[in-house]
Ligand binder design. Sequence first.
Ligand SMILES: Cc1ncc(C[n+]2csc(CCOP(=O)(O)OP(=O)(O)O)c2C)c(N)n1
Ligand code: SF4
Ligand SMILES: [Mg+2]
Length: 288
Amino acid sequence: MFDIKSEAKGLVSHGVSACAGCGLELIIRNVLEILGEDTLIVIPPGCSALFCGYGNETALKIGGFQGNLENTAAYAAGIKAGLEMQGNNHTTVLAFAGDGATLDIGIQSLSGMIERGDKVLYICYDNEAYMNTGIQGSSSTPQGASTTTTPGGKVTPRKDLMQIVIAHRIPYAATASPANLADLKRKVKKAKETDGPAVLHIHTPCPTGWAFHPSKTIKISKAAVDTGAWMLYEYDNGTLKVNYKPKSLKPVGEYFKLQGRFKNISQEEVSIIQENINSRFNELLLGS
Ligand SMILES: Cc1ncc(C[n+]2csc(CCOP(=O)(O)OP(=O)(O)O)c2C)c(N)n1
Ligand code: SF4
Ligand SMILES: [Mg+2]
């Protein structure tokens, strides 16, 4: 039977105001389980701010604060520098930001943090749009997905965060997904132990913005990984490793048909996206 007392033992309380089936809630619970209470968190505006709450109401049992959308990485780097000035080298500073806050509005701040070599764990939970303000498209919205600013489906492919951070010669970067929580937790641990900046890019199914039933969050995560719509790989001090290599990827249409946001996609667009997935997957396999 469900035991509400033991559920509340983690670093996120129960009764948070995220939507039912929210992938973000699952991710933050698992991330903080690995990082532990010696962690300070910086959260920009977005759905993750639901966990900071208002005033004295917060779902998080660790210290932290909500900053601006533009500069999560800079805040985190400043906090880390302040802690080090005080002789504290043990506390993990976690920047926990959405795709809009990372790939669009805060990209300059993240770039600076990596280039300076600041020891911050930066997590981008990617629900592939500006969800908290009404499902506007971001540069991480996948091609073909309908949002309130791309009602006919986004016409351009998404920006590739991993390629951007790898171009900075970052010590550690990885993608992850709720489809494989053991892999996600291993990467959080590795990122925490990295002596320098680390970035995790985590796929974050969002029933409200992607238009699927809240009971299907894990099914959608798995379909994304099985079709290569989301690839699991890591970059560790110059070495690239693909963590999930199926013999063949399933057709991406199988992932699209589970979600209302792709309901108007044409067969021609599906074929173009399929070709892009195949070539990116082969590139990753060759590089690893
Ligand atoms: C500079 C700036 N522009 C716009 C906003 C309004 N705003 C608050 S949350 C948000 C959405 C952020 O999207 P994302 O980072 O993807 O997080 P999500 O809501 O999807 O979890 C926006 C646009 C803001 N706070 N600051
Ligand atoms: S809009 Fe999406 S990401 Fe935001 S709380 Fe709801 S399900 Fe979670
Ligand atoms: Mg988002």
